[in-house]
Design a protein around this ligand. Structure first.
Ligand code: ADP
Ligand code: MG
Ligand code: MG
Length: 256
């Protein structure tokens, strides 16, 4: 059973002038395959910094603590190695990959993760199936990754990757942002399909509670000021929906 274990993680962002600005102030979190965790919190609380740090983004410098996947040191891995180890990170602002089609990108990623290329015929069937479930036009597979994608297309593409790559642990940052209600439902159904396989641990990062009406987390962690300030079950998300984040905000962190 896979386990992502984050212990006392401290991270600073590198500013353009080279200075380090501390953001994460000691985060402890364990996500196991089959579990769904939600990280919720006000804007600027460090949620994306956590996601980028797990992903290995060069702008974020780990100054303390550990991240392991099944005992392996994630922080010592390159971005590629993290993906091959079974980590999937869907970023709030995904990058464009000019000249690489969705179909080729997915097949290359699948090959890298599995260590061998998928059989052409089964792969084509899987790809088509994943797109149908997400109600995507088959022509989408021939477009360049993230080039001119609408917000909804980016999110569907993320979920398509999730379904096809079958990661051990997936981190989804603001997967609900910019989705209309139909797209939110389709994307949530995709996440729930992955969840019901029981093979993937999910970490959903969100500012809003609305996606949590469709995906019921097993655990909710409230983030404020770069650390987890409260933890609970799905009832905590409901309370946040009613009360907002006001009670967690300090003077240094005004509501936004
Ligand atoms: P959230 O995702 O919860 O909105 P972020 O992790 O994006 O929070 O940001 C946390 C804090 O770190 C904010 O104060 C933000 O301004 C700062 N920060 C994050 N990334 C950068 C960056 N690249 N340059 C400067 N400040 C940053
Ligand atoms: Mg933000
Ligand atoms: Mg964010």
């Amino acid at each position: 059973m896979s386990e992502l274990s984050i212990s006392n993680l401290q991270v600073s962002v590198k500013l353009p002038d080279g200075e380090l600005k501390p953001i994460l102030a000691g985060v402890d979190l364990t996500v196991r395959a089959g579990e769904t965790h939600a990280i919720m919190g006000p804007n600027g609380s460090g949620k994306s910094t956590l996601a980028y740090s797990i992903a290995g983004h060069p702008r974020y410098e780990v100054t303390g603590g550990t991240v392991t996947l099944d005992g392996q040191d994630v922080l010592a891995m390159t971005v590629d190695e993290r993906a091959r180890a079974g980590l999937f990170l869907a970023m709030q602002y995904p990058v464009e990959v000019p000249g690489v089609s969705v179909a080729n990108f997915l097949r290359t990623a699948k090959t890298a993760i599995d260590g061998q290329a998928p059989k052409l015929r089964t792969w084509a069937t899987e790809l088509r199936g994943a797109m149908e479930k997400l109600q995507m036009d088959p022509a989408f597979a021939q477009r360049n990754v993230n080039e001119g994608f609408s917000g909804g297309e980016k999110k569907r593409h993320e979920i398509m990757q999730l379904e096809l790559l079958k990661p051990k642990i997936a981190v989804l940052d603001e997967t609900d942002s910019g989705l209309d209600i139909d797209a939110l439902r389709i994307v949530s159904e995709g996440v729930n399909r992955v969840r019901s396989s029981g093979d993937t641990g999910l970490l959903l990062i969100t500012h809003y509670t609305r996606i949590l009406r469709y995906i019921k987390p097993d655990f909710v962690h409230v983030f404020a000021g770069g650390r987890i300030v409260e933890e609970g079950g799905p009832e905590l998300a409901e309370r946040l929906e009613d009360e907002g984040y006001q009670r967690y905000l300090t003077d240094a962190e005004p509501a936004s």
